[in-house]
Design a protein around this ligand. Structure first.
Ligand SMILES: [Mg+2]
Length: 261
């Protein structure tokens, strides 16, 4: 039976710059068995190639073709909505590169869209510009609305925190493209050329990975190697199809089964 995996990275493959034990075994086994997979991240900061290099350095031999970021999803979405449009970007290289690659221009006045991603280079002047552009009719697009992201030193504010500032100041709601939006979840599956019934989403976050997979009718696997504990599940109206401690456990349960199939 053909099937494939959409796999979150932070909390699933690594934490910060540290590989989660056994994650490389799982991915290497997917590669060996030629099972299709795509890494799916709500971090728009790095390009596909940058992400691939980070994984390669951890002993996971993937290329940029194995990576799909919310910046890619956002760029594809905007290119369909308004071909060759313009964007004012609050974010970094991963996002500007994705937009350029679909024919978008980055501008600093009169944009079609204000597009917000991850980044460490933002200040009040940039926020003021964005607020004025939105009040003048530019549409507010969020690459994702994750409120925060875990780091080895604790939480840092996520893209959603910056978006919330713009929403509060303008009174306009952002349109978000990243997980759990069906826009990103569907676009990623299409890259693998699989049907919904053939697709499994693996992630550590209920609000993005598991909700996104559930909305699309994909099979979902929650790993407990990231931000979610087993007892947290009581808070949610939806649940994953399977729960494992880490992707290392899936080498036995998923890939042996697939061998036999
Ligand atoms: Mg994660």
């Amino acid at each position: 039976m053909t099937r494939g995996y959409l796999i979150d990275m932070d909390g699933v493959i690594y934490r910060g710059s540290e590989l989660i034990e056994g994650a490389d075994r799982f991915i290497n086994e997917l590669i060996r068995q030629r099972v299709p997979f795509l890494f799916l991240t709500n971090n728009s900061q790095r390009t596909r190639r940058d992400v691939a290099t980070k994984l390669q350095r951890m002993g996971i031999p993937v290329t940029d073709k194995n990576i799909f970021t919310c910046a890619d999803a956002t760029a594809q979405f905007l290119a369909k909505q308004k071909p060759n449009g313009t964007a004012y970007v609050i974010g970094e290289g991963g996002l500007t590169q994705a937009l350029h690659s679909v024919g978008y221009s980055i501008v600093d006045h009169d944009p079609d869209y204000v597009v917000v991603g991850e980044g460490r280079t933002f200040n009040m002047e940039i926020i003021e510009n964005a607020v004025r552009m939105i009040m003048n009719g530019a549409k507010l697009i969020a690459t994702n609305i994750d409120p925060n992201c875990p780091t080895p030193h604790g939480l840092r504010p996520g893209c959603g925190a910056i978006v919330a500032m713009l929403e509060k100041a303008t009174g306009f709601d952002a349109f978000s493209v990243g997980k759990p939006s069906p826009i990103m979840m569907r676009a990623a599956r299409k890259e693998m050329d699989l049907t919904a019934g053939q697709t499994t989403m693996i992630g550590d976050t209920m609000e993005t990975d598991i909700l996104g997979g559930t909305l699309m009718g994909y099979r979902t696997i929650l790993v407990l190697s990231g931000g979610t504990r087993r007892e947290d599940l009581l808070k949610y109206a939806y649940r994953p199809d399977m729960i494992v401690n880490s992707v290392a456990d899936l080498v036995e349960t998923e890939l042996r089964a697939q061998d036999a199939a």
